[in-house]
Design a protein around this ligand. Structure first.
Ligand code: SF4
Length: 955
């Protein structure tokens, strides 16, 4: 009998094709390899060669195909035919949709372009959308950052010329002590996980400062369950301790920061607090050798850091460092003074300060790496202070977030741990000049583009976008006295202000991928009412036109007049540009693309293509040739390759020049996208070892950065311990200078525009009111990002509903038990939810997962889905306005410097629900009707059944 031959298929072919692209399931932009079988997406794996994730793929990333095949995908352009909110649409073709949009937008542009309000979500194409808005001529544009983390970005850019996450990262290879402030798992997900793995492997200490111990905090070596909104005070107390112990890096401060710059002391005078300058406008320091004021940038200066001096013109001045020491050595920052407020014992604060000092100075790193400083002097070594920090929305989403973030940067500078081995490291194109040299523009004229960028960085009151009487020019009041440094706009105020007509009315609200009627709204019920509210005569809506572009049937869709359905991220080109938020790492500049992996099977179009076509139809400058023909007939892919922001500088930095031989600057290369695709859809240029550290003062790096077009010239970027920009606003508020705030804003500006970091209690946290004793915060879970993840069939299996998490001891004191139903009440409303008890949360804080709660029917989920019945949003109890001022005016619920939405200032109380009340979350808004074109979703998901191999005899 012949031997039986057993054959086992050890490595079955699962796909017949694989294409590289970039993940879009969160904002980390990992490289992916998408496997296809019979033209359908089979599975997604991480791209092992990709600089962001090195092959690592998280749950969200691998579940991307469930977003791609989501039943919530819109299928067809829609025109509203019923009342707003009823969800009654008729399907129209793209020709009609584009014609309608062109007509509405064309009328506005011909008369008053600022009557268009164009705001986008976390769309990763702001290099295009911002430019489009500027070409259209409206200043009323911003994107996601105003919701999320503008405090981090602005504080960083006004202090160290970079920021956390996309602009910088911890030196994972060298750090010995890592402090993370207020970071949930959605911010820099895979890179942080990979980095934490490295830290743990090396035995470095990881301290997490966060009211909640989940995610990263759960694996921290030490968790500090801080009171929300008090991080800035905690950091200033650490600074107090370091100054007291004389554990600061004075040589670093003298060489790389403005700590030695002389600050004029003239209380009440117009020059008080300004930097003393020579006749050429150069900052001065006091030189020890000459005992005289000299150019602070002089390489030979030997600056004195404390003392008071009389300058040649009679001005009295002190080094900025002296102001730092005077302020933070004060006992009001002593650990014993602050411990109650921050919820961390004085002994712990003192120990953490000592540990920071030990890591920075006793574990100093000396790299034997020659480099050249800004003055052209060769240095043989690089000193590293192996203390790194990372912070995110937990710091940012408070009305004191800007100063808290500046306090963290001050701490980093005092320790000498900016862009050194083991410290915080910039990602190119950062560092940038402080602040970046782009001013916001707001002069809108019929048929004209703005002639520059919409968003920018004011350097003083003269740069504000205000009328002669101080009223804001922009709809969201960004760059007004209410939020002077609002570098990302005030997204959360757009619908309210448009409805109220304050400070102006608009004609068309144009939103892209921003669920601003639901989880991106403060008080969504009221926000939706504003979208449906009619003018006094009832003839039209108060916001007359509303165009919404999205790939999915989010809660906002039903309120739009015209719906432009987008593709999924696997069906289009995208550009992760150095002009926007690139994927660079500390050692290299990098950018990336997405390519269409499959063709859309619905009547949808990439929004970027639509925007470019609208630009051409509207004949916007830059979108048409002189003869009026479309400049980018190949739409976004064409634009990505051929658009030049400045000569030789385009959206993609790799393979520029006719033959692709240039990087950074070079003429467009027709074969550029092919080169990206052949390289796994990314480009990366590594820095030479002598360019990698102290880049704010590293000549070889600065020369390279100027050559790449990242900075205008290779000058030293002096880190700003003391912010003269803030002082200029304060002087205006105290009656100096030609541009001064209206009376109502003066005191507020004078109080908050302190040139050194300050701490104040967040606006909603008045301790005199014991009515609402608990802080309430939210975060996104590791498995989800924004609202995108919570409609994903696979990810929904991890979180289908959310509980309110309550500290166990506190719950007991309140008479609450696990699984109880409660009303969460704030000054602005109430929400019903079920609680879950836990130990790992600050005693005075409750929290929940954000954006899990869905409106019934939305996202094409079953109206009885747990997301609608057991899920809830805290947004319902957050108001977009603060309580009235004495004159009745209500400021936005925002940081007074940047306008950042103060989501986490919320205070609540818990009231146990009656036994007779329904065990369902509330409020519940009426079920949304399924718009036409959306399929009825299958009740059982059978994805993958078609891929299953056949057994012998099976048909
Ligand atoms: S971390 Fe973000 S970008 Fe990376 S795989 Fe996960 S979801 Fe995708």
């Amino acid at each position: 009998m012949p031997p039986v031959e057993e054959r086992i298929e050890t490595s079955r072919r699962l796909s017949d094709e694989a294409k590289f692209s970039t993940c879009y399931m969160c904002a980390c932009r990992c490289g992916i390899k998408v496997h296809l079988k019979d033209g359908r997406i089979r599975y997604i794996e991480g791209n092992r060669d990709h600089p962001v994730n090195h092959g690592v793929l998280c749950a969200k990333g691998s579940a991307g195909l469930m977003n791609h095949y989501s039943p919530a995908r819109l299928t067809q352009p829609l025109l509203r035919v019923g009342p707003r909110g009823a969800g009654v649409f008729k399907e129209i073709g793209w020709d009609e949709a584009i014609a309608i949009a062109t007509e509405w937008l064309g009328d506005i542009r011909a008369s008053d372009p600022k009557r268009l309000a164009f705001f986008t979500g976390r769309d990763q194409s702001q290099a295009l959308t911002g430019w489009w808005a500027a070409q259209f001529g409206t200043p009323n544009y911003a994107a996601h950052g105003g919701f999320c983390s503008v405090n981090m970005a602005a504080a960083g850019l006004y202090t160290v010329g970079g920021s956390f996450w996309e602009f910088g990262e911890p030196d994972w290879e060298h750090t010995r002590y890592f402090m993370m402030f207020g970071v949930a798992e959605d911010h820099d997900s895979n890179p942080i996980k990979i980095g934490l793995g490295k830290l743990k492997g090396r035995g470095a200490k990881f301290v997490s400062v966060n009211p909640v111990r989940t995610g990263y905090s759960a694996i921290a070596d030490e968790w500090l369950g801080i009171r929300p909104g008090s991080d800035g005070l905690f950091v200033l107390s650490l600074i107090h301790e370091l100054l007291k112990a004389d554990k600061i890096d004075l040589p670093f401060l003298a060489r790389y920061t403005n700590a030695p710059w002389l600050v004029v002391r003239n209380p009440g005078g117009a020059d008080d607090g300004l930097i003393a300058r020579d006749l050429a406008g150069r900052p001065l320091c006091w030189d020890r050798t000459h005992n005289a004021a000299v150019d602070a940038a002089s390489a030979d200066a030997s600056p004195v850091m404390v003392g008071e001096f009389t300058l040649a013109n009679g001005q009295r001045a002190v080094p900025a460092f002296q102001l730092v020491a005077e302020r933070y050595l004060d006992e009001r920052y002593a650990p014993e003074t602050v411990e109650r407020e921050v919820g961390i014992a004085a002994t712990v604060i003192r120990r953490i300060a000592a540990e920071l000092a030990h890591a920075a100075f006793e574990q100093e790193i000396i790299l034997q790496q020659p480099w050249t400083d800004w003055a052209g002097r060769r240095q043989e070594t690089i000193i590293g202070r192996p203390v790194a920090m990372h912070a995110m929305r937990g710091i940012s989403a408070h009305s004191n977030g800007f100063h808290s973030c500046r306090a963290i940067h001050l701490l980093q500078m005092l320790l000498g741990s900016i862009d050194c081995p083991g410290g915080f490291r910039y990602k190119p194109p950062f560092p940038r000049p402080i602040p970046p040299l782009v001013k916001p523009l707001g002069e809108s004229q019929a048929d004209r583009s703005l002639g520059g960028a919409v968003l920018g960085f004011p350097t003083g009151p003269a740069d504000l976008l205000v009328e002669a009487d101080g009223r804001p020019k922009r709809l969201d009041k960004a760059y007004s006295w209410e939020a002077p440094l609002a570098a990302h706009g005030l997204m959360h105020m757009v619908i309210h202000n448009a409805w109220k007509g304050d400070p102006c009315t608009i004609d068309t609200l144009f939103l892209y991928m921003a669920n601003m009627g639901w989880n991106s709204a403060m008080n969504p019920g009221e926000t939706l009412r504003k979208l449906t509210d009619r003018s006094a005569d009832g003839a039209s809506y108060r916001i007359p036109h509303f165009i919404y572009a999205d790939a999915y049937f989010s809660e906002t869709v039903a309120y739009a007049d015209l719906v432009l359905p987008d593709t999924t991220y696997l069906e289009r080109y995208d550009c992760i540009s150095l002009l926007d938020r690139p994927i660079s790492d500390a050692d290299a500049a990098a950018d990336a693309i997405r390519q269409p992996v499959v063709k859309p099977d619905r009547n949808v179009r990439p929004f970027q293509d639509v925007l470019i076509e609208l630009g051409a139809r509207l004949k916007l400058p830059g979108f048409v040739e002189p003869d009026g023909k479309a400049k980018f007939p190949g739409l976004y892919a064409d634009y990505m390759v051929n658009h030049q922001r400045a000569p030789g500088i385009g959206l993609l930095a790799g393979w520029r020049g006719k033959d692709g031989e240039k990087s950074g600057v070079g003429e467009p290369n027709p074969g550029q996208l092919e080169r990206y695709i052949a390289n796994g859809c990314f480009w990366r240029q590594e820095l030479a070892p002598n360019q990698r550290y102290l880049r704010h003062a590293n000549k070889d790096y600065l020369d390279w950065a100027a050559g790449m077009g990242f900075i205008p010239k290779p000058d030293q970027i002096v880190l700003q311990v003391y912010s003269e920009v803030l002082q200029k606003f304060r002087l205006a508020a105290t009656g100096h200078g030609p541009v001064q705030p209206p009376e109502r804003d003066s005191e507020r500006v004078a109080r908050y525009f302190d040139p050194l970091p300050i701490w104040y209690r967040p606006f909603e946290q008045d301790p005199a009111s014991g009515e609402f004793p608990l802080h309430a915060v939210t975060q996104r879970p590791m498995a989800m990002y924004h609202s995108w993840g919570s409609q994903n069939a696979w990810l929904r299996q991890i979180h289908t509903s959310n509980r309110l998490f309550v500290n166990r001891a506190r719950a007991k004191a309140l008479g609450l038990a696990d699984d109880d139903w409660v009303w969460i009440e704030s000054r602005d409303g109430r929400v019903k939810a079920q609680i879950k008890l836990m130990e790992g949360v600050n005693e005075d804080t409750v929290w929940t997962w954000n954006a899990v709660g869905k409106r019934a029917g939305a996202w094409n989920l079953d109206p009885a889905a747990p997301e609608a019945r057991q899920g809830f949003l805290l947004n319902h109890v957050i108001a977009e306005l603060l309580p009235p001022q004495p004159d009745g005016y209500r400021y936005a619920n925002s940081d007074p410097i940047t306008g950042q939405a103060a989501w986490y200032d919320l205070k609540v109380r818990l009231i146990k629900a009656e036994a007779s009340e329904k065990r369902e979350t509330a409020p519940r808004l009426p079920t949304l009707a399924r718009p036409s074109g959306l399929p009825r979703p299958a009740s059982i998901l059978r994805y993958g059944a078609a891929f299953r191999g056949r057994r012998e005899g099976e048909r």
